[in-house]
Ligand binder design. Structure first.
Ligand SMILES: Cc1ncc(COP(=O)(O)O)c(C=O)c1O
Length: 442
């Protein structure tokens, strides 16, 4: 195509300090960023502006499920944007209808609402719960200690971590936290105002903690008994990361046959985002067709909930393509098998280097490696930075990207199409760094 206007000169050279200066002067400093400036990526590798290559086992925090610059995503973005990018939700478009149908097939009878992020998807679930309990004066949502549900005002009220709430009081009313994987505590916490329980199947930001099958089944029974909605935040642990579309499907697949509800466990709502678009922003929530005698999926009627960009043909076309590639390439099985292998190998590192590594846990390609207390690692002890941050910095130097969670844990949330050879390469880097730290500790 003939250029209508000449291209502008590059704003900055590919220069780390110049790019960082643009941020310092112009971007709100709400993120603690690492000193890395990326220019491009391919598959599970990222390249910084100096040309250094990194193996990316963080996946943009569980987002880039097909890796970087996947041709299927690029093609879909080009093809769909040539046809139609946005029309608003005043009208119908085929990709939104097809994506909703695909998600309903994966989750069960119900309907979907499309948003732009995980936080926004959760906001929709909060509104659904409030609408459900409104006429009975019930509005309170119980969430778990150490949970993470987003950075909106209701999201930080829902999140079970004090650090996200500090400085933003007063908190949105109607959220209380219960210890995770503790069924009696959930039962005790229910008040006459309680309307829903929201949990992650695998807590992500909280440091990778997997819900037990007994907890999930017990919460379902409790919600049935007390007329509450059971809501699952699948933003980080969903979209095949654990080996099934949703983590609860994976967690419950080994629940003994005949166990009450094991085969038919269905939550009342599920939020999604992150890997759903493989890097293109999209969020969604699914609502069960019926719950407690109410047609739940039609509760949010015309005029009750909306978002301008929700479910654009462009975002939905990309998400459909991601689902297609995941299925065609068997990436759920890859997440399951490679994840299990990685977990086993990391466990062996934990056994060999107890001076540095405390424990490892996870499900599929969602793995948390917990370090021992900073004071026990001589190379880390005198710094005011957390053990997790210092460990991540050393991995960066060695060419590996992983994601910190809290002060002690680093997370592996790689692309679902990660290769065995790449996982081996990552493991070797982790071992090298751990070995050096252990050497200094001996
Ligand atoms: C479990 C969970 N819920 C919600 C969110 C918020 O998603 P977003 O950052 O897209 O708003 C996150 C983000 O990390 C998350 O991990």
């Amino acid at each position: 195509m003939k250029e209508l206007v000449p291209s502008p000169p590059p704003i900055v050279r590919n220069d780390v300090a110049a790019i960082q200066a643009l941020y310092q002067q112009n971007v709100v400093p709400s993120y603690g960023r690492f000193d890395l400036v990326f220019s491009h990526g391919s598959g599970s590798y990222l390249y910084d502006v100096t040309g250094k290559r990194y193996l990316d086992l963080g996946g943009g925090i569980a987002v880039c499920c097909l890796g970087h610059a996947h041709p299927a995503i690029t093609e879909t973005l080009i093809e769909q944007s040539r046809r139609l990018v946005h029309v608003s939700n005043l009208y119908y478009t085929e990709p939104q209808g097809r994506l909703a149908s695909a998600l309903v097939k994966l989750l069960g009878p119900g309907k979907c609402f499309f948003a732009n992020s995980g936080g926004e998807a959760n906001e929709g679930l909060f509104k659904l719960a409030r609408k459900f309990g409104h006429d009975e004066g019930r509005f309170e949502i119980l969430t778990a200690v150490n949970s993470f549900h987003g950075r909106t005002l209701a999201g930080i009220a829902a999140t079970g971590q004090e650090k996200v709430k500090k400085g933003f009081e007063p908190a949105v009313a109607g959220f209380r936290h219960i210890p995770f994987n503790d069924l009696p505590a959930a039962r005790d916490a229910i008040s006459p105002a309680t309307v829903a329980i929201l949990i992650e199947g695998v807590q992500g930001e909280g440091g990778i903690t997997v819900a037990t099958p007994e907890y999930l089944l017990g919460l379902r029974a409790l919600c049935d008994e007390k007329k509450l909605l059971l809501l699952m935040d699948g933003v980080q642990c969903g979209c095949f990361r654990t080996g099934r579309f949703q983590s609860y499907q994976r967690i419950l697949e080994n629940a003994e046959r005949g166990t009450r509800n094991a085969g038919s466990f269905t939550p009342d709502g599920v939020s999604m985002a992150k890997s759903l678009g493989g890097g293109f922003p999209i969020g969604a929530f699914w609502v069960r067709a019926e719950a407690h005698g109410v047609k739940l999926c039609d509760l949010l009627g015309p005029g009750t909930h909306a978002t301008t960009y929700g479910g654009t043909p462009l975002a939905c076309a990309v998400a459909l393509r991601v689902l297609e590639v995941v299925e065609r390439e068997g990436l759920a099985d890859n997440a399951r098998q490679l994840g299990a292998w990685l977990l086993g190998e990391l466990q062996s590192l934990v056994n060999r280097y107890p001076q540095v590594l405390h424990t490892v846990r996870g499900l599929g390609l969602m793995i948390g490696l917990e370090l021992v207390a900073k004071e026990r690692i001589p190379a880390f002890a005198s710094s005011d930075k957390s053990a997790a941050i210092q460990f991540v910095n050393r991995l960066h130097e060695a060419g590996l990207l992983v994601i910190p969670a809290g002060t002690q844990v680093v997370r592996l949330l790689p692309a679902l199409n990660l290769r065995r050879s790449e996982a081996e390469e990552g493991l070797a880097i982790v071992e090298r760094v751990v070995k050096a730290l252990a050497g200094a500790a001996d």
